[in-house]
Design a protein around this ligand. Structure first.
Ligand SMILES: [Zn+2]
Length: 153
């Protein structure tokens, strides 16, 4: 592409190096910006040493009726505290194949629609959306105040 895309606010710490679109999907290739501070994905401390680069395919929110597939170059770091682990990425949970915003949108969709409809509207597998919905429900339960202790008569 050859143009500076570091200003794009969608994928903090990464720049777009290539993008393609067809009738069904938009595919975007992302590389870590050399100016972005590297942090360990476990302890979040700053890390200088890069062990290797790995590729991960990640789904993002659909755009203009097309699914969005990110091809992300992630850095595996040599953290002095944790050993080798992937860099911290603000918009992607560890081991996740979905961006946080897509996971959140699908989970919120389950508040209003059946899981199958949410899965179809985001182009996700039913079981993936079911897991997101269960995680959302668990988080809601955790936010409830503790059950009052029974009063003694
Ligand atoms: Zn660490």
């Amino acid at each position: 592409m050859g143009k500076d895309t570091s200003w794009l606010p969608f994928w903090e710490g990464f720049g777009v190096v290539d993008a393609h679109s067809d009738a069904h999907a938009v595919r975007v290739w992302l590389e870590p910006l050399p100016t972005h501070e590297l942090r360990c994905g476990r302890c979040r401390r700053r890390v200088q040493r890069v062990h290797e680069r790995v590729h991960r395919r990640v789904r993002d929110l659909p755009m203009l009726g097309r699914s969005v597939e990110l091809h992300v170059r992630l850095l595996r770091l040599d953290c002095p505290h944790c050993g080798r682990c992937l860099q911290h990425v603000s918009w992607l949970d560890r081991h996740s194949r979905l961006t946080r915003r897509l996971a959140l949108a699908a989970a919120h969709g389950c508040e209003r629609m059946p899981v199958l409809h949410v899965a179809q509207s985001f182009g996700l597998h039913w079981s993936t959306v079911k897991q997101l919905d269960q995680r959302r429900l668990r988080a809601e339960l955790d936010r409830l105040p503790p059950r009052p202790s029974p009063s003694v008569w």
